[in-house]
Design a protein around this ligand. Structure first.
Ligand SMILES: Nc1ncnc2c1ncn2[C@@H]1O[C@H](COP(=O)(O)OP(=O)(O)OP(=O)(O)O)[C@@H](O)[C@H]1O
Ligand SMILES: Cc1ncc(COP(=O)(O)O)c(N)n1
Length: 272
C-alpha cells in the first residue's frame, strides 16, 4: 500500500508508486493524502484530504485486502501524519517504508513546516526504513551534509531518532556518481551508480522508495531489496521520458524492458 499524494502529471506520488508496484509484480493499493495539480514545470495547486478520510481509506484496505508492506510519501499536514501513525500502530504494520517527502523539485512545499517535528518524533520511530534525500536528511538531523562521511553520520543520527534502517539518497550531491548510503543500524553499504546527465528526474525519490517497498513486500531482505530498487531506478532514469517543458518523468517500464531484452525468451517464445 502507498499512503501518498496524487501527482496529476503521473511521474511522482501515488501514480509513480502504483506503476512501480505493477512492474514488480505487486498488487498496489493506495490511501490518498492530497491531490495536486502538477506537471513537469511544478505544482500549481494542492488540495489536502481530511485526515479522517485518509484513515477511512487505510481501514478499508487493511480490514479486507491486507498489506505486506506500506510506504508513505507526501503527508502534507501534521494531522495526516498523526492519523497515519495511529493506523500503523493499530494494525501493527511492521514493514513501514517512510519516504520523508518535503519539497518538490520546483520548490513547492509538500509537507508543512509545522509537520516536520511530527514526522521526526512520531513517524520515524515506527519506520522499518526511512529514505531521505540529502536536503531531507539535513532537516531531520539539523546538520549540513557535504560528504559521504556526513551522509554516514546522518544515517546514524536518523537511526538514533528511532528508525530501524536508513537509505540516504545521493541524487542531490554533485559528482560523476550518484552515491546512496545504506545503514541497517549495524552495517553500512554504499551504492554507486554513474550519474545520468538528464533533467528528466521528476519522481526519482517516489519511484525508488516504491521499488524498495515492492521488493520488501515480496520478502527480500533489506540490503537485497535496496540493490534491486537501485537497479529499477537506474533503468528508469537512464530511460527517462522527455515529456513536458520542465523535469520529465522517469520511465517505469524501462527496467522490465531491459529484463525482457536481456532474456532469450519472452513469455515462453524464443525471441527472433
Ligand atoms: N542523475 C542521476 N543519475 C543516476 N542516478 C540518480 C540520479 N539522480 C538520482 N539518482 C538516484 O535516484 C535515486 C533517488 O535519489 P534522489 O536523491 O534523486 O531522490 P529524491 O531527491 O527524493 O528525488 P526528487 O529529487 O525527485 O525529489 C537514488 O538512488 C539516486 O542515487
Ligand atoms: C504528490 C507528490 N508526491 C511526491 C512528490 C515528490 O516526488 P519525488 O521526490 O519522487 O520527485 C511530488 N512531486 N508529488
Amino acid at each position: 500500500m502507498t499512503i501518498a499524494g496524487s501527482d496529476s502529471g503521473g511521474g511522482a506520488g501515488i501514480q509513480a508508486d502504483l506503476k512501480t508496484f505493477q512492474m514488480l509484480g505487486v498488487f498496489g493499493v493506495s490511501a490518498l493524502t492530497a491531490v495536486t495539480a502538477q506537471n513537469t514545470l511544478g505544482v500549481q495547486g494542492i488540495y489536502n484530504l481530511p485526515p479522517d478520510f485518509v484513515r477511512q481509506q487505510i481501514d478499508s484496505i487493511v480490514t479486507d485486502i491486507g498489506v505486506d508492506a506500506v510506504k508513505t510519501g507526501m503527508l502534507s499536514q501534521p494531522e495526516i501524519i498523526e492519523t497515519v501513525v495511529m493506523a500503523v500502530k493499530h494494525y501493527r504494520i511492521e514493514k513501514l517504508i517512510v519516504d520523508p517527502v518535503m519539497i518538490a523539485k520546483g520548490g513547492a512545499r509538500l509537507l508543512a513546516p509545522n509537520a516536520e517535528s511530527a514526522l521526526r518524533e512520531q513517524l520515524l520511530p515506527i519506520a522499518y526504513v526511512v529514505t531521505p534525500n540529502i536536503p531531507e536528511a539535513e532537516v531531520l538531523t539539523g546538520r549540513r551534509i557535504l560528504s559521504i562521511e556526513e551522509m554516514r553520520e546522518a544515517a546514524k543520527r536518523i537511526c538514533d531518532l528511532g528508525a530501524q534502517r536508513v537509505v540516504i539518497k545521493g541524487g542531490h550531491m554533485p559528482g560523476p556518481e550518484s552515491i546512496d548510503v545504506i545503514y541497517d543500524g549495524i552495517e553500512f553499504e554504499e551504492l554507486h551508480s554513474v550519474r545520468v546527465e538528464t533533467k528528466n528526474t521528476h519522481g526519482t525519490g517516489c519511484t525508488f522508495s516504491s521499488a524498495l517497498t515492492a521488493w520488501l513486500a515480496r520478502g527480500q531482505d533489506f540490503f537485497a531489496a535496496v540493490h534491486s530498487a537501485k537497479q529499477f531506478i537506474s533503468a528508469a532514469i537512464a530511460g527517462a521520458i522527455p515529456l513536458g517543458e520542465g523535469h520529465g518523468p522517469t520511465n517505469h517500464w524501462a527496467y522490465m524492458e531491459q529484463k525482457i531484452s536481456d532474456s532469450a525468451t519472452f513469455f515462453g517464445h524464443v525471441r527472433p
